[in-house]
Ligand binder design. Structure first.
Ligand SMILES: O=C[C@H](O)COP(=O)(O)O
Length: 258
């Protein structure tokens, strides 16, 4: 993976091979191509052949991530689906713990995923994802995710939003709580990923919080519309430029303070 000026990785979520090709045009500005099917939910899973085609379409040095879905509390079903995504060529496997109401249920699901994925591909990267707006759907508390991810052997803890209604990550989990999420993830030896209708205006706070990965779709789609709009390479480039600007400003302020 090529590191940019910004040490925060940019994950972009295309919904089709055509959009992945647009991501490929902006490949120098992004770090991870995340295959998703937004019409099946926030972390909707796409077909195995789409993951395979996207793997073939984007440069080999760009990791392909796949979402396994907004999953139910069915550990066997989810483990099998996660293996399907891995066999199809994804090396980042993201699971949205939508149907888990307790940390124990979530650990149960992620244990199965980690085993299924890593038995097949030991260096694959497993991401346990919760939802900043968990209170709206009754699933596990977002601040429980780092511990869930650590105890189940995942590599990263992530937050997204379940309901895409114009509200975003910080509307549901303010920056100080997102910072606590990142702190807990790092303390557990995990990467932290944050998403949820993130906009360029959020990048200053996200940089200060110290997240490792920022995930976006809507912000790099035409008209900011994650459903009707299509990913635009120029918007990906502009988003990355903003990330780099914030990284520079943050590095300068840390140097001044030190
Ligand atoms: O994993 C990141 C998601 O694709 C975020 O999508 P969004 O920016 O439209 O909320």
């Amino acid at each position: 993976m090529r590191w940019k000026e910004s040490t925060v990785l940019l994950l972009i979520s295309p919904d089709s091979v055509a959009e992945a090709l647009d991501c490929a045009k902006a490949a120098e500005h992004l770090d991870i191509v995340d295959v998703k099917k937004p019409d099946e939910g926030s972390l909707g899973a796409n077909f195995p052949w789409v993951i395979r085609q996207i793997r073939d379409a984007v440069p080999a040095d760009k990791p392909v991530s796949a979402t396994v879905g907004d999953v139910p509390y069915k550990p066997g079903t989810v483990a099998q689906a996660a293996l399907g995504a891995t066999v199809s060529g994804a090396t980042y496997i993201k699971v949205g713990l939508y149907g888990c109401t307790t940390p124990e249920q979530a650990i149960d699901v992620m244990h199965g995923v980690v085993r299924a994925v890593k038995d097949y591909q030991p260096d694959a990267f497993v991401v346990a994802s919760g939802y900043a707006d968990a209170h709206r759907i009754g699933c596990v508390n977002p601040l429980a995710l780092p511990d869930i991810a650590r105890r189940s052997g995942c590599d990263a803890a992530m937050l997204d939003t379940a309901i895409k209604d114009g509200t975003g990550l910080f509307d549901h989990l303010p920056p100080d709580l997102c910072a606590e999420f990142v702190r807990q993830a790092h303390q557990g030896g995990l990467l932290a990923a944050l998403a949820g209708s993130v906009k360029a205006a959020d990048l200053g706070a996200l940089t200060r919080i110290g997240t490792d990965i920022v995930g976006v779709r809507g912000a790099v789609c035409e008209g900011g519309d994650r459903d009707a709009g299509r990913i635009q390479p120029r918007l990906v480039a502009a988003f990355r430029a903003e990330m780099d600007r914030h990284a520079r400003e943050h590095a300068a302020s840390v140097a001044t303070a030190g």
